[in-house]
Design a protein. Structure first.
Length: 260
C-alpha cells in the first residue's frame, strides 16, 4: 500500500503535479538547499560564481526532458520529474567537487572546468535534436524580449535590479512564463503546476503567468536581499530560484521548437 502510494504520487510517468507532491517536493528541495549551502561553505566557494557555469547542466536536464517529450528519448523514471532533477543535481555536484579538486591540483579555474564538463555531457542531447521549428522559436523569444525589455532598461534605476544576479533570475522566470503562455494559448498544452493551472483556468489565458512571475520573483528577491545577511546562503537561494526558472523554461522552449 505504501509503495503503491509513493509510486502513484511521487514516482510516476504521467505528467502533472498535485498539491501533495508539490508540497513534498518543496520540502525536499528546502532540505537539499540547506545541505548544498553547507557543501559550498566546506568547499569555500560562492554559489554566486556559478550562474553561468551551471547553464550547461541546466540545459542537459531540460533538453533530456524535451527529447522525452518529443519521443526521441524513452519515457523512464530517470528522465521525468523527480528523476531528472536527481540525475542532473547529482551529476552537477560530482562535477563541481571534481572541478574544485582539479583547481587545487592544477590551478585551473574551477568554473571553467565545470562549464566544460557540463558542455561535454550536453553533446549527446545536442546531436539527438533532429528538427527546429522556427515559428514557436520566434513566438517565445519575441514575447520574452517584449516583457523583459522594460526591466533591462530599469536595471540602473531600480536598486533591486542593480544586483547582477537579480535581473538574470527575473529574465529566467520570464522565459518560463513566455514558454507557458505560447504553449498553452497557441498550441493547446496544459499547465501542470497547481497554482498556475488554477489561475490560467480562472482567467482563461496563460498570460497570467507574467504578472504572477514578476510579483513573486521580485518579492522573493526583495526578501532575500533585505533579510539574508550570510553571502553564501543569499547567493545559494538566488541560484536555486534561477534554476527553478531556467530549467522548466528551457524544457518548454526546447519541447516546442523540436515539435513539427
Amino acid at each position: 500500500m505504501i509503495i503503491e502510494f509513493i509510486q502513484e504520487n511521487f514516482l510516476y510517468l504521467h505528467p502533472g503535479y498535485t498539491l501533495l507532491n508539490t508540497i513534498v517536493f518543496g520540502i525536499i528541495l528546502g532540505f537539499a538547499i540547506l545541505i548544498i549551502i553547507r557543501m559550498f561553505k566546506w568547499l569555500k566557494k560562492d554559489p554566486g560564481d556559478l550562474f553561468l557555469a551551471l547553464v550547461p547542466f541546466i540545459f542537459f536536464g531540460s533538453s533530456a526532458r524535451a527529447l522525452v517529450d518529443n519521443g526521441l528519448y524513452p519515457l523512464t523514471l530517470l528522465l521525468v520529474t523527480p528523476g531528472i532533477y536527481v540525475l542532473t543535481g547529482l551529476t552537477t555536484i560530482i562535477a563541481l567537487i571534481l572541478s574544485v579538486f582539479l583547481e587545487k591540483k592544477t590551478g585551473w579555474d574551477y568554473r571553467y572546468s565545470l562549464f566544460t564538463l557540463g558542455f561535454v555531457i550536453c553533446v549527446p542531447n545536442l546531436l539527438t535534436i533532429q528538427y527546429i521549428n522556427p515559428v514557436p522559436l520566434l513566438q517565445i523569444l519575441g514575447s520574452w524580449a517584449i516583457i523583459t525589455a522594460p526591466f533591462v532598461l530599469l536595471r540602473d534605476k531600480w536598486w533591486i535590479l542593480k544586483d547582477k544576479f537579480n535581473l538574470s533570475i527575473l529574465a529566467a522566470h520570464l522565459l518560463d512564463a513566455s514558454t507557458t503562455f505560447i504553449a498553452v494559448d497557441f498550441y493547446g498544452y496544459g499547465e501542470q503546476h497547481v497554482l498556475p493551472n488554477f489561475l490560467t483556468q480562472l482567467v482563461d489565458t496563460a498570460a497570467v503567468m507574467f504578472p504572477l512571475k514578476i510579483t513573486v520573483i521580485l518579492a522573493a528577491l526583495y526578501i532575500i536581499d533585505t533579510n539574508v545577511g550570510d553571502k553564501t546562503t543569499r547567493n545559494m537561494l538566488k541560484l536555486a530560484i534561477f534554476i527553478l526558472g531556467l530549467a522548466p523554461g528551457l524544457r518548454n522552449f526546447l519541447s516546442l521548437i523540436m515539435g513539427s
